[in-house]
Design a protein around this ligand. Structure first.
Ligand code: PEP
Length: 251
């Protein structure tokens, strides 16, 4: 299984900035990309086509949409569909990111609809899950993860090709804070995620990637991706500069 090294550029970068960062990333990593790595960038919608074009000629690189609505088209002002993302060059969609859950108010039910709809529309999907600090303090990590995963995957066919679905474990308290979950916390959470996936998808769960996200940096990535059940990373802040993200990709 290839490790998936994913960048989430959130609401940063204009078309020109995004395209030149993507080009720099290709320049710094393409020739050295190990066979067991894949690179994925989630730029803003307006930069998606430019980034997808910059990555397209290189095997092992792809682009994705940070969000989408659960219809193909229609009177849904401000929304974007998987069909439009694919038309702009996206192979992936992202669902359940903590900023969409906790700032934009998306609930488990809607995230589940989105995950299933993106897959049915031909996107590969990365579903993010993760507990808040108070959940951890109250010993609720497994309860939160199990609820978010089961609701998030409720309508996903159990025979889905395993390379089309990934889970990103992103403890909310580690996102954009500089605070990284420790190796034991990451291993425990990822082992638990694998167990839940196994209960839903059987042996195919072994081929689904579980990414870690939360203040991944060039100097901590190698240690994190070496842990059991860590099949890649989802990186925010440290993915915004080509040089920094290239070190993570090649860590
Ligand atoms: C993220 O936004 O998914 C993320 C993990 O951000 P950061 O790497 O900045 O913590």
């Amino acid at each position: 299984m290839k490790k998936l090294m994913a960048a989430n550029w959130k609401m940063y970068k204009t078309w020109d900035e995004a395209k030149s960062t993507a080009e720099e990333l290709v320049k710094l990593t393409a020739a050295k990309l190990p066979d067991d790595r894949e690179v994925l960038v989630f730029p803003s919608f307006t930069a998606l086509r430019g980034v997808a074009q910059a990555l397209a000629w290189q095997a092992g690189f792809s682009a994705g949409g940070q969000d989408y609505y659960i219809e193909e088209e229609g009177a849904f002002t401000g929304e974007i569909s998987p069909k439009m993302l694919k038309d702009a060059g996206a192979a992936y969609g992202l669902t359940g990111h903590s900023e969409r859950r906790h700032i934009l108010g998306e609930d488990d039910e809607y995230i589940g609809q989105k995950t299933a709809y993106g897959l049915a529309s031909g996107l590969k999907v990365v579903l993010c899950v993760g507990e808040k600090i108070e959940d951890r303090k109250n010993d609720m990590v497994e309860d939160v993860l199990e609820r978010q995963i089961r609701m998030g995957l409720k309508n996903v066919p159990t025979d889905i090709a395993p390379d089309r679905l990934s889970i990103a474990y992103e403890p909310v308290w580690a996102i954009g804070t500089g605070e990284v979950a420790g190796p034991e916390e990451i291993s425990a959470a990822h082992g638990f995620v694998r167990k839940i996936l196994f209960s839903i998808f059987g042996d195919n769960a072994n081929e689904m990637r579980i990414l870690y996200g939360g203040s991944v940096k060039p100097d901590n990535c190698a240690e994190i991706i070496a842990l059991d059940n860590v099949d890649g990373v989802l990186v925010g802040g440290a993915s915004l500069e080509g040089e920094s993200f290239s070190k993570i990709v090649l860590a």
